[in-house]
Each structure stands twice: as structure tokens, then as C-alpha cells.
Design a protein around this ligand. Structure first.
Ligand SMILES: C[S@@+](CC[C@H](N)C(=O)[O-])C[C@H]1O[C@@H](n2cnc3c(N)ncnc32)[C@H](O)[C@@H]1O
Ligand code: SF4
Ligand code: SF4
Length: 300
């Protein structure tokens, strides 16, 4: 990370903690909800299947920038399905950097060619070993591995949503993150139980077991892009929600934290690690602040 970016984030963090500010720093643009997969745990694909035009996305990026957002995520649906004429996702990433976003990340299911050297991180969803990933995501594991092998840059970070199907395969993803060319790290979430996927949620004991496994993996030298100090809060689901420093924009509509904020009582069962990490950080939790500094400087 550039020193100027680090100083911007440090100053934002200090002001947010001291003055209990609620202005956002992290924003996500949903470029489409269209997706080529229908994963078992996902409730947000193909609801409208509209691919939003470039003019709209650019306007949304500018709107987030003007609100103070400097860490930008492009997400879907399947993000790589986005195009407008000759323009592709890569053009959006380049545009975002030119606009002044300091960190630009993309979230993807990894089934399309990975040619995005301009992104700081490509968060690539991998949901366990080959067998369990494929149970959740269809027969995609081998295609994804081939795309990672042929990727044009080493900015890939696995992204695993842990649920009832894959909870025993956390180690597989950690070792693969450590041993695979072009992969820098792995980042986790627990399943967030939308009304139609409640049965995939983990119990408190199961979450604790997963956190123990991740801690062991960190000790063994696996590159985990999460904060250990947030684990007890994630197990107990007693971190503050929603995250006021995060916003999502989809089709012109801005939501604080996530689109899921509209789902009744879902925040009480939130499994997203970034929410625990960011809300604790901005509450001034000293352990989280120190760990965040170390982790972010290592992987971005
Ligand atoms: C909605 S997908 C969009 C990007 C891309 N299609 C992908 O699969 O990475 C973004 C991430 O959300 C995760 N996800 C989907 N539903 C979830 C849920 N209910 N709880 C936690 N994570 C979830 C997916 O596994 C994926 O890592
Ligand atoms: S690939 Fe992503 S958006 Fe598509 S169904 Fe799976 S989790 Fe949902
Ligand atoms: S805190 Fe609520 S709005 Fe934020 S990600 Fe979790 S469930 Fe969604």
C-alpha cells in the first residue's frame, strides 16, 4: 500500500473513532445480479438479471467517491459477466483507479478468465475441497483452478463462505491458498442465513471449531486475510451491526452495510467477517487496530 493511502486511512480511522463518525470508507458497486451459477447458499443471484450500463456504474462510482469512499469493491451476481459494448470489468477497475479510489477489489466466482492486474485483490470464491465446492457451486472447481493457473497477476485471494456443507474443509482451502501460484491469501465468512438458506447456518459450537481451525492454520503459516481478535465476537454474534463505514449501491439505490440490511433480523445473525472487523476497528478496539495494521500491510 502506498504511504499516502495509508495516511488517508489512518486519518479516517482516528477521526471516526474520536468523533464517532458514521461516514463510509468502503463501498461496493453491484454491476449486475446476473450469474452463470446457482450456488446452494446464495439468495442474491438472477433476481433481475439486468447488466447495468457503463454510464450508470460510472455515476454510482462517482457518487461513492463523493461520499468519501476510497476502498471500492465491484461485485455481482457474477462480476465478470459485466460488459457494455467493448467495455469490460477491467475498464471499470482502471476507471476506478483513475477516479482516485485507493484500493479497488473485485469479487468473482472464478469461472471466467482472470486478467485483472490493475485490481488490488481479486476475491475468488472457493468453498472447500473439490467435492464440497462442487456440491455447493456446481461442477466448477477444475475450471477455476485452470483460470488461477493462467491468471495474469498474483492478486488472487480465496473467499470462502463456511456453511453446513463445507465446514470441515477449511484446512483444504488454507493449504491451497498457501501452495498455489497467483494466490496471496484466503478470507472467510460464515454463512449468513437468509430466509431461504437457514438450514446452512452454523451453530455457535461449529463456528468456534472453525475459528480454532483457522487459528491453527495461521500458526502453521497459512496466509489468512482475517483478524483473529474478531473471532470470539463472530462466534457469539455480539459485534455491532450494521457497519456504517460500508455502503453498497445497486441500480442507484444505496444501502448501509449490505443489501441484506432489509432482511428482517438478519443482522443479528450476520456471518460477514468484514462487518465484525470494521465495526470493532471503528469502535477503537486496540487489538483489532494492531492486527488490522499488520494484516492489511501484508496482503494489500
Ligand atoms: C454474492 S457473491 C457475488 C460474487 C461472485 N458471484 C462470487 O460468487 O464470488 C459474493 C460472495 O458472497 C458469498 N455469499 C453468498 N451468499 C452468502 C451468504 N448467505 N452468507 C455468506 N456469504 C454468502 C459468496 O459465496 C461469495 O463469496
Ligand atoms: S456465483 Fe456468486 S452470485 Fe452466483 S450464485 Fe454463486 S454466490 Fe451467488
Ligand atoms: S450486518 Fe446486516 S446488513 Fe451488514 S452484512 Fe451483516 S446482515 Fe448484511
Amino acid at each position: 500500500m502506498k504511504l499516502s493511502s495509508f495516511l488517508h486511512f489512518a486519518s479516517f480511522g482516528i477521526k471516526t473513532i474520536l468523533f464517532k463518525k458514521k461516514t463510509p470508507i468502503l463501498g461496493t458497486v453491484i454491476v449486475t445480479d446476473k450469474c452463470n451459477l446457482h450456488c446452494k447458499h446464495c439468495s442474491v443471484n438472477n433476481i433481475t438479471a439486468v447488466v447495468h450500463p457503463y454510464s450508470k456504474i460510472k455515476q454510482e462510482m462517482q457518487q461513492l467517491y463523493d461520499m468519501g469512499v476510497r476502498i471500492l469493491f465491484f461485485c455481482g451476481g457474477e462480476t465478470f459477466l459485466w460488459k457494455d459494448g467493448e467495455l469490460t470489468l477491467r475498464d471499470l477497475v482502471v476507471e476506478a483507479k483513475a477516479m482516485g479510489f485507493l484500493i479497488v477489489n473485485v469479487v468473482t466466482n472464478g469461472t471466467y478468465e482472470l486478467n485483472l492486474p490493475e485490481a488490488d485483490l481479486i476475491l475468488l470464491s472457493l468453498d472447500g475441497d473439490r467435492e464440497h465446492h462442487n456440491i455447493i457451486r456446481g461442477d466448477t472447481y477444475d475450471t477455476i483452478m485452470k483460470n488461477i493457473e493462467n491468471a495474469t497477476s498474483d492478486n488472487i485471494c480465496f473467499y470462502m463462505a463456511i456453511n453446513q456443507i463445507n465446514k470441515d474443509y477449511v484446512k483444504d482451502v488454507c493449504y491451497l491458498a498457501r501452495d498455489t501460484k497467483n494466490v496471496r491469501a484466503v478470507s472467510f465468512n460464515f454463512h449468513t442465513p437468509y430466509p431461504d438458506t437457514k438450514e446452512l447456518a452454523l451453530s455457535k459450537d461449529e463456528k468456534a471449531k472453525c475459528c480454532d481451525t483457522i487459528t491453527q492454520m495461521i500458526k502453521e503459516g497459512c496466509p489468512v486475510f482475517n483478524l483473529k481478535s474478531a473471532f470470539p465476537y463472530l462466534v457469539e454474534n455480539n459485534f455491532p451491526t450494521p457497519c456504517h463505514q460500508c455502503v453498497v449501491i445497486e441500480n442507484g439505490k444505496i444501502s448501509t452495510c449490505g443489501r441484506c440490511i432489509e432482511v428482517d433480523k438478519l443482522c443479528e445473525q450476520c456471518g460477514y467477517f468484514f462487518v465484525a472487523e470494521y465495526t470493532l476497528l471503528f469502535k477503537g478496539n486496540i487489538k483489532i487496530i494492531c492486527e488490522m495494521l499488520k494484516t492489511y500491510l501484508k496482503y494489500i
